[in-house]
Write a protein of this length. Structure first.
Length: 353
């Protein structure tokens, strides 16, 4: 797998490095708002999978991604703020897909389709000042339209954007959107695995030891760099969720896609502590655009290739979470100030935590 430069902040790539993946984001901040929506729009006939690990998920259409069910494909994935209320954005993305004639054909005419649009939400209610200000159906539609309008391989905005606009970290620092990609080498050269994540975790960064533990960033950075979980003085308020999409250009079946979602959750635990708690809604979707065959002429060869791809999914997720934390910026609303988390300045991004 290819990765990063040896040390320091660098370009970690993007989920849109995967052929056939586009991203659109819409958000509102100010006047009581601090929320938004992120839509991942794949090419048609993309295979989907999912793994939900949090104890408090806010999701839509995850059952449809069970490998035992009828439809193997996904037309869009929605990541949204607004908790369960924000899942209305999935209807907006679904409406856009239907207008574009994306979906399962259920009639005799091209427009008689039912789009498959799974979604997951983070809890950011009230952080902008008004509890009732949460993403709407129209915002989901607009985010899907923005994704469709973006050229292939377009850069993805990070930090305080889209579904990460109201994200928090441990209830006291700013969360947000991050993205990254990993490219396999060797027999699977050309296979790309990308991730986009919305960090709104109850946990705190859990990072490799660096010199910054005694120099930069104050007590929070020192504790994180020293492999100590950073805690607020009191338990974080509200519910929390880290939600994500992993995409690959590899050909996968639904069961392989869902297993890849499972391994991608390992990336959560390499950066955040704790994860998958009762008050998290941690969810990972997987999209396989099926552009390129994995190496392997027999079962054992394919298993080896899947092993490499699924290992890459965890690494892409780890990098995307770091990217989200690094890209987030301090925000102040009438009810809360969320400071940017002080990542150590000499953090080695290439070392697994």
């Amino acid at each position: 797998m290819s990765g990063a430069a040896a040390t320091g902040r660098r370009d970690v790539g993007s989920i849109t490095d995967v052929d056939g993946i586009r991203v659109g984001q819409v958000n509102k901040q100010g006047d009581g708002w601090l929320s938004g929506v992120t839509v991942v729009l794949p090419d048609t006939n993309t295979i989907g999978g999912v793994d939900v690990r949090g104890g408090g998920p806010g999701t839509h259409e995850t059952d449809a991604l069970d490998p035992r069910t009828l439809v193997p494909t996904v037309d869009a994935v929605v990541l949204t703020g607004g908790s369960a209320f924000g899942l209305a954005t999935a209807q907006g993305a679904q409406r856009w897909c239907a207008e574009d004639e994306r979906g399962i054909l259920v009639g005799t005419l091209p427009h008689e389709v039912v789009p498959i649009v799974p979604a997951a939400a983070i809890f950011d209610l009230g952080r902008g000042g008004e509890f009732a200000n949460r993403p709407t159906e129209q915002m989901g539609y607009d985010a899907a339209a923005a994704a469709a309008a973006s050229p292939p391989f377009s850069p993805v905005d990070r930090g305080n954007v889209g579904a990460g606009t109201g994200g928090a970290l441990g209830g006291i620092y700013k969360g947000g959107v991050g993205t990254a990609s990993v490219t396999l080498t060797g027999d699977n050269a050309g296979i790309v695995v990308g991730a986009i994540v919305v960090v709104n975790a109850v946990g705190m960064p859990w990072l490799p030891q660096t010199a910054a533990s005694t120099t930069a960033g104050g007590k929070a950075a020192a504790a994180a760099a020293g492999l100590e979980p950073v805690r607020s003085a009191s338990p974080p308020q509200g519910l929390n969720t880290t939600i994500a999409v992993v995409a690959t250009n590899a050909i996968l079946d639904p069961a392989e896609a869902s297993r890849t979602a499972t391994t991608a959750h390992d990336g959560f635990a390499r950066v955040l502590n704790p994860v998958h708690t009762l008050t998290d809604g941690d969810t990972v979707f997987v999209l396989a655009t099926s552009k390129k065959e994995l190496a392997g002429d027999d079962r054992s060869g394919r298993v080896a290739s899947l092993f490499a791809l699924q290992t890459a999914s965890a690494e892409a997720m780890r990098l995307a979470i770091l990217d989200a934390i690094d890209s987030a910026r301090t925000v102040t609303t009438p009810v809360v100030t969320l400071e940017r988390f002080p990542l150590p300045t000499d953090l080695d991004w290439s070392v697994l935590a």
